[in-house]
Design a protein around this ligand. Structure first.
Ligand SMILES: Nc1nc2c(ncn2[C@@H]2O[C@H](COP(=O)(O)OP(=O)(O)OP(=O)(O)O)[C@@H](O)[C@H]2O)c(=O)[nH]1
Ligand SMILES: [Mg+2]
Length: 375
């Protein structure tokens, strides 16, 4: 109980102003207030500190020891909570591509800044705890000892409250990442992209284990999705993306995410065109986006495929498929296997072990070399 009273007293008006629902907000009365992350962290820390059980033969000895343990335990608990808030958000746990997505969605360098601020807060807390321990060594009598602990708790609370905005943003980033798959850098990637509503997700569902939502309206897919397919010699990651309209500089976040996947995650892009008109987007506009990407990413293999062949066909010379009937998928697989196949046969195991390491391994498929050139 004493812990709860302390925290509410320690909560400054500044923190109240930072809470997600400010006073005066009409929604404030109906929605339950979300406690600031610092409040939760401090509750845990002060509660744990209140459970210390010091040894000592005399009461003054036990009082001093109790105060020391409170400082040590509360600061260690806060440090641990701050590290937990940052867990998995640094490389290499956070993949390179996932880091790019976060930068794109939350602003370049934002994640690193939030993590740095947490790290600094942890350092400050460690120093303050060290000072408090030294002060306890000099303190005389229960009042002075109590005063040192109280003032340390005050500093601890203000250090944690200072990083509330960072903790909130890291929570958002974590939620964002939870909705997205983690790509395996060691497995090849096919990124399926194109205009909205053209049939990308239907095609991904035919090609891979993914079962993305399919519906007859644009931007059904709002974040990348991942499925897997068996290439025979390798496992292929098939990445479904949100639709992209050809409007540079005015993309919505979903379009920006799709373009990031094309530019930074793809070994091969499967560009899906819908010539049937049922997507609502003219084929000329779709062709323009394809031309732009070919120009912008000259080393990126882009396979163009026309879908909804059960509705419309045209003499384009391109692969034509229907995700509805399955026609054309055998030819599409032949094309994809050829794109992903190692250029030269894999050497026998003993040879591979003994062979000197070359700068660019010959067994690397042309698409992986293309991607490494892009970076
Ligand atoms: N007749 C026919 N309809 C198709 C085919 N492929 C997709 N569709 C339909 O086209 C609509 C859009 O399909 P999706 O797979 O959701 O398209 P998408 O490109 O993923 O759409 P967004 O995620 O919104 O960009 C749905 O109504 C599908 O049933 C096809 O080969 N033939
Ligand atoms: Mg889709």
């Amino acid at each position: 109980m004493r812990t709860a009273v302390f925290i509410s007293a320690a909560r400054s008006s500044e923190t109240m102003a930072r809470s997600p629902r400010p006073r005066g907000d009409p929604r404030a009365s109906s929605a339950p207030a979300v406690p600031a992350p610092s409040q939760e962290i401090l509750e845990i820390a002060f509660h744990r500190a209140s459970l210390v059980n010091p040894h000592g033969s005399t009461k003054p000895e036990r009082d001093r020891r109790r105060a020391e343990l409170k400082v040590v335990r509360s600061s260690a608990t806060v440090g641990r909570q701050l590290r937990l808030a940052a867990r998995g958000l640094r490389a290499p746990e956070l993949g390179e591509f996932e880091g790019l997505l976060v930068d794109r969605a939350f602003g370049a360098g934002g994640l690193s800044r939030h993590l740095l601020r947490l790290h600094r807060a942890e350092e400050r807390i460690r120093r303050a705890a060290h000072d408090a321990e030294r002060a306890l060594g000099r303190a005389e009598g229960p009042d002075e000892i109590g005063g040192v602990v109280k003032s340390f708790y005050g500093r601890l609370a203000s250090f944690v409250r200072e990083v509330d905005p960072d903790l909130l943003r890291l929570r958002e980033i974590r939620r964002f990442l939870k909705d997205r798959p983690r790509l395996d850098p060691s497995e090849p990637r096919l990124v399926v992209a194109g205009f909205p509503n053209v049939g990308k997700s239907s095609l991904v569902a035919r090609l891979s284990s993914a079962r993305p939502k399919v519906a007859d309206y644009p931007f059904t897919t709002v974040a990348i999705q991942l499925g897997h397919a068996d290439l025979g010699f390798d496992r292929l990651q098939v990445v479904d993306t949100p639709g992209v309209l050809d409007r540079r500089g005015h993309e919505n976040p979903a379009e920006a995410e799709a373009e990031t996947a094309v530019a930074r995650a793809a070994d091969v892009v499967l560009f899906v065109l819908d010539p049937s008109g049922s997507s609502g987007y003219p084929i000329d506009e779709q062709e323009r986006l394809l031309d732009r990407w070919r120009e912008e990413f000259p080393h990126l293999p882009i396979v163009a495929v026309e879908t909804k062949a059960d509705l419309a066909r045209r003499p384009s010379g391109r692969l034509q498929v229907s995700a509805k009937t399955g026609e054309g998928f055998e030819q599409l697989w032949t094309e994809l296997r050829a794109r992903f196949a190692p250029r030269e046969p894999m050497p026998p195991v003993e040879e591979a072990i003994e062979a000197p390491v070359e700068e660019e391994p010959q067994s690397l498929s042309p698409v992986r070399r293309a991607r490494s050139r892009l970076k």
